[in-house]
Design a protein around this ligand. Structure first.
Ligand code: SF4
Length: 228
């Protein structure tokens, strides 16, 4: 593990752990961590001689399998409650329901190679962009054509979309720093499928209480077992 990875992960761990310890819920600490992340990654992109191909309106990656932690889903629910109309929330949940029906029939490998439009994608833009999960923030590409190729051939895992190594290292380190802090402060740090967790957070008012008590937040959502 590189020195820069360790230093970044450690620094984020300390900052987030201090904020999570005193917080009733994780929303404020996660928003602060996202702010630090965005500053860190913007600087890394500025300093890199290789530039990402990503731009607004390009959304091939929003058909990939999306994973999220409970604190991320709870923050997204909070954001949707403040910024979305009742009708818009219902429409998102309709798409998530259709996705979840398919996802529950898939093996993890099939899920990885099946295109499903994210329920939060609207006119090729992320409708929850300020609170999108780390998994989405961490993705970038240096080759938009490769992204399109991958979208058109989702079963082909050989297509490389090209990430900028120094950016990917910092992104991963920061994310792991926050997640380690969540775990160390007794929070649920399991990985959930985005669609099924989104449906449960709106359907079950006790989900946030389970999170606050350090219990398994989602009981019906598909849990993703990490291969790391
Ligand atoms: S949450 Fe936003 S960025 Fe992530 S897959 Fe969905 S639309 Fe794309």
């Amino acid at each position: 593990m590189s020195d820069i990875f360790q230093a970044t992960a450690q620094q984020e761990y300390q900052r987030s752990a201090a904020q999570l310890k005193s917080a009733k819920d994780a929303n404020a600490a996660l928003k602060k961590s996202y702010e630090r992340y965005d500053n860190l990654i913007a600087k890394a992109f500025d300093e890199s001689t290789t530039k990402p191909a990503c731009k607004a309106g390009c959304a091939f990656c929003c058909y990939y399998k999306v994973e999220a932690r409970a604190h991320e889903i709870l923050l997204i629910k909070d954001y949707m409650g403040k910024h979305f109309s009742t009708e818009k929330i219902a429409s998102v949940l309709d798409t998530a329901t259709a996705n979840a029906t398919i996802i529950r029939t898939l093996t993890p490998e099939q899920h990885l190679t099946t295109n499903l439009q994210c329920a939060l994608l609207e006119n090729n833009q992320c409708s929850i962009y300020p609170v999108r999960p780390f998994r989405c923030r961490n993705f970038h590409s240096t080759d938009a054509q490769a992204c399109e190729h991958s979208f058109n051939d989702p079963g082909n895992m050989e297509i490389a979309t090209g990430m900028i190594e120094e950016v990917a290292i910092l992104a991963d380190a920061h994310t792991q720093g926050f997640e380690a802090a969540a775990e160390q402060t007794g929070r649920d740090n399991r990985i959930y499928d985005f669609n099924t967790a989104l449906l449960e957070v709106f359907a079950d008012e006790h989900a946030s209480k389970r999170y606050q008590r350090g219990k398994k937040t989602f009981q019906q959502a598909v849990e993703i077992i990490s291969q790391d």
